[in-house]
Design a protein around this ligand. Structure first.
Ligand code: GLY
Length: 353
């Protein structure tokens, strides 16, 4: 064991030899946007941020963080509320099915303090894929399990299997199927029922007072997707990303567009460079538009898809951004749980018709 004096002498020597960073002033520290290690006196403002459908979950997660619970456990409890809600057709139980009428769920999570990650894709019959993703992280050396293997793992871990297709989601699927072609043997339904979510998802990110960060994203994915399609939600770096030195970010929206820019990762990287969560999210959206193939843009270069990003910094700053005007996100901090307006790239009037 080194005593304090030995330690200081050794540090001074290593520093002189260039092995350790020299000490810097508070001003230099603030000006250094590449810093990743925060000072020992650092205290964060605890904060939970999520997609708007997580409004109840952010309160629950914030309360749990306040009573000392780990950030990842707290936000998974938050998203479980939505996964188990049969009326939310974007996630878990009641999620809209794939083109075969089968509900296939995706989820991923990252735990900042231990720098671990887990995920599942195309998981059937288990209502809480976020918990299965965490079990992959906690009990295996892998980070992503998919399909039948993911289901088998979940059953082995004691998760309950159930039919996730609610009557409402089954009817919506049947309506979609009946309208696919005028020449098939399905008669068209003449009612015009609006289906709210086609690629809904819940992403939730949190920071504790100690500055520990975590993130989780869970979804039933794109409605009527091809059997086996994975979106961005189970992909670390796309659907969500955490770096405990910087913060966390995640997304809801058309996953294919987000995967191509690693939106969760990119947003965290922009924050590392010194941008606020909101600035970082907007810059990621700009990159997404730039990386969009022509068929996804109108003749004025505006996206034919929607996307939202939600981010929290290690210091408790947060932001939510959307491709188009009008979206909200949920946040809970010492001012309580609330919905706030997302910053946006394009006005609603600019949306392709
Ligand atoms: N963002 C959800 C999905 O595309 O599956």
């Amino acid at each position: 064991m080194l005593n304090r004096r030995d330690f200081l002498e050794r540090s001074a020597l290593l520093s002189a030899l260039g092995f350790l960073p020299r000490s810097i002033s508070a001003e230099e520290y603030e000006a250094d946007v590449t810093r990743t290690v925060l000072p020992a006196h650092f205290r964060a403002r605890p904060c939970v941020v999520s997609s708007a459908n997580g409004i109840k979950g952010v309160q629950l997660a914030y309360d749990r963080i306040g009573s000392g619970e780990d950030a990842l456990d707290a936000i998974i409890a938050g998203v479980n509320l939505v996964e188990l809600d049969p009326t939310d057709q974007s996630v878990g139980l009641g999620g809209l099915p794939n083109e075969d009428g089968v509900v296939q769920l995706d989820a991923s999570c990252m735990h900042g303090p231990t720098r671990r990650a887990g995920a599942v894709g195309c998981l059937e019959d288990i209502a809480t894929p976020s918990l299965v993703a965490k079990a992959v992280m906690d009990y295996t050396t892998h980070v992503l399990l998919v399909g039948e293997g993911a289901r088998k793992f979940a059953v082995a871990m004691g998760f309950k299997t159930q039919n996730l297709l609610t009557e409402k989601s089954r009817q919506d699927w049947q309506r979609w199927k009946s309208r696919l072609s005028k020449t098939d043997n399905w008669l068209d339904h003449d009612d015009d029922v609006k289906i709210n979510w086609t690629h809904g998802t819940i992403n939730m990110n949190a920071v504790t007072a100690a500055g520990d960060v975590s993130s989780v994203t869970t979804t039933s994915g794109l409605a009527w997707k091809l059997n086996g399609r994975l979106g961005d939600s189970p992909i670390h770096g796309a659907g969500q990303y955490t770096d405990n030195d910087v913060g966390a970010a995640g997304a809801t929206g058309l996953g294919e567009m987000n995967i191509k820019v690693c939106g969760g990762f990119l947003t965290v990287e922009f924050m590392r460079q010194g941008l606020t969560p909101e600035q970082a999210g907007l810059k990621t959206l700009e990159r997404m538009v730039r990386q969009s193939e022509a068929r996804m843009l109108d003749d004025k270069g505006r996206p034919r898809y929607d996307m939202q990003l939600y981010a929290v910094g290690k210091d408790g700053r947060y932001g939510g951004v959307s491709m188009y005007e009008g979206a909200s996100f949920a946040v809970c901090d010492d001012k309580g749980a609330r919905l706030e307006r997302c910053a946006f790239l394009f006005k609603n009037s600019e949306r392709p018709r």
